[in-house]
Design a binder for this molecule. Sequence first.
Ligand SMILES: Cc1cc2nc3c(=O)[nH]c(=O)nc-3n(C[C@H](O)[C@H](O)[C@H](O)COP(=O)(O)OP(=O)(O)OC[C@H]3O[C@@H](n4cnc5c(N)ncnc54)[C@H](O)[C@@H]3O)c2cc1C
Length: 484
Amino acid sequence: MSHRAVVIGAGVAGLLAAAALSRAEPTMQVHLLEQDELTEGPADRRGVPQGRHAHLLMAGGLAAMESLLPVSVRDRLLVAGAHEIALGNGMLALTPDSGWFHRWQGDSPRMITCTRALLEWVLRQILRDCHPHVRLHRATVDGLLGDARQVRGVRVGGGTTGHRLGPELEADLVIDASGRGSGSLSWLAGLGITGIEERKLDSGLTNATRIYRVPEGAESFPLTLIQANPYDGRPGRSAMVLPIEGNRWMVSAGGTRGGEPPADPEGFLQYVLSLPHPIVGHLIRGAHALTDVVVSRGRSTSNTRRYFEKSPHWPERFIPLGDALATFNPAYGQGMSVAALGAQVLADELRGGLTSPGLSRRVLRGAAGHVDMAWSAAVGMDVLFPGVTGGEPALADRLAAWYTRRLTRAATGSYDAASALWDVTSLTAPPTRVLHPKALLAALNGPLLPPTTEPPLQPSERAILDRLAKSRTAPEASQGRRTR
Ligand SMILES: Cc1cc2nc3c(=O)[nH]c(=O)nc-3n(C[C@H](O)[C@H](O)[C@H](O)COP(=O)(O)OP(=O)(O)OC[C@H]3O[C@@H](n4cnc5c(N)ncnc54)[C@H](O)[C@@H]3O)c2cc1C
C-alpha cells in the first residue's frame, strides 16, 4: 500500500519537501496544502509578503534544488530571464569600512537573481510536470492530529473554500513548511508537547524595495551592493541594485533600527544617495520606476530559531522545515538555501523508509546543522547593531566579528580571503572554511592590493554610470504603478 504525506505550505520549503517525498516513493500521495490561491505564472501573493523584496539564490541552495529535482532549476530560471552572477567579478560591493572588493577573473561561486515569484513558479512547474502524485489543494491547516508520540495527520481549518479534503486529513508523515508564521508551537502544545526553546534576535531591519526598468544601455551593469556597517555603533544602512527577469532592476534599501529607509519615492532616492557611496542613487535617479516603494513588515526580518531538535519529547512523523524551523536576517540571503538544504536532508533520510522510527529526529538534527551555518553568520553580525533586541554581543561574538572584519578587509584585495568568504556566503562550505590556513594567513597579512574608494568599473561601465549619474530625476507622475 502506498503511503500518504501532507506538506503544509507551498513556498520554497514545501515545494522542495514535496519533491523529496515524491522522489523517495513515486506512488506516494503527497498532499500539498496551501492557504493562498496559486495562479498560473509568477505572481506576488499574500502568504509570502517577503516575495516583493530581493531574493538571492546562493550556490549551495541551488545545488540542493538541482539534486532534488529531475530537471535543472538553473536552466529553467535562466530561460525565464533570471541572471547568473559570479561573486568574483559579476558584482560591485562596498564593504563596511575597507573600500570596494576587487573583481577577480578566476572561478567563483555563482548566484541566481530573479523575483521570488519567478523562482516559485519554476519550482511549481517542475513539480507539476515531474511529480504527478503531488496534489496541490487550497486549504489552511490549523492543527495536528495524533498525540505526543505520533502525529497522524492535520486538521484543515474552516474559512478556506474549494478543497475537498474534509476537516481532517490523515497522513503517514506531516511536513510543516508554513513559513515564519508557522503555528507549530501551538499545534504541538495541543498534543501535549511544550517548552520548546526559541530564540529571537531582531536588529529591526526594514527593507524598502522598488522595481525599475533598466535604463537603456545599462543592461550589462553589474549587481551593485553597499553593505551595512555593524562596527561603528550606528544603525546599519545598505542598498542593492539587483538585475531580475524582464529587463528590470529590483532596488532594495535596508536599515536596522533607527536607520530605516522611507517609503516615499523622494525619501527612498535620498536615502540611497546618502549611503557611504551614492552609486545606487546615481544608477536609479533617472530610471523609470515600475512600482511604488514596498516596505517590509515589522519583525518579518528577525532571526528566529526554534530548537525542535533539542526537545526531550518529539512525536514521530512530524517535521518542520524552512522558515518554520528558523529565519534569518534577509540581508545575508540564506533562507531559501537553508530551506533547500533541509529538504535535501529529508530526501537523504527517506532512504531508510518513510515510517522508520526516529526519522523526524534525524531530519531535524541534520537540518539543524545547515541552520547553524546561516544562524551564526546572521546573528554574529546583527548582535552588533544598536537597538538589537534578544541578545548582546558576547566575547565570542566580538572575536568572530573582529576576525570577519579582518578577513573582509583582506578579501578586498586577496583572492584566498575572498574565496573563503564566497564559499561561506554561498553555503557551499561550513563556517570553519574561513579558518583554512590560506584564509587565516590572508586575514593576518591584510589585502595585497591598496583599498579603493571608487567602484572597480570597466571603462564601458564607468561610461554608463557617468551618463546615468547626470540624469535628471524621473518625474513621479509619469511612472507606472504596476508590479510587473
Ligand atoms: C525581506 C526579505 C528578503 C529575503 N531575501 C532573501 C534572499 O535574498 N535569499 C534567501 O535565500 N532568502 C531570503 N529571504 C528568506 C526567504 O523568504 C525564506 O527563507 C523562504 O521563503 C522560506 O521558505 P518557506 O517555504 O519556509 O516559507 P514561505 O516562503 O514563507 O512559505 C510558507 C508558505 O506556507 C503557506 N502557509 C502558511 N501558513 C499556512 C497554513 N496554516 N496552511 C496552509 N498554508 C500555509 C504560506 O501561504 C506560504 O505559501 C528573505 C526574507 C525576507 C523577509
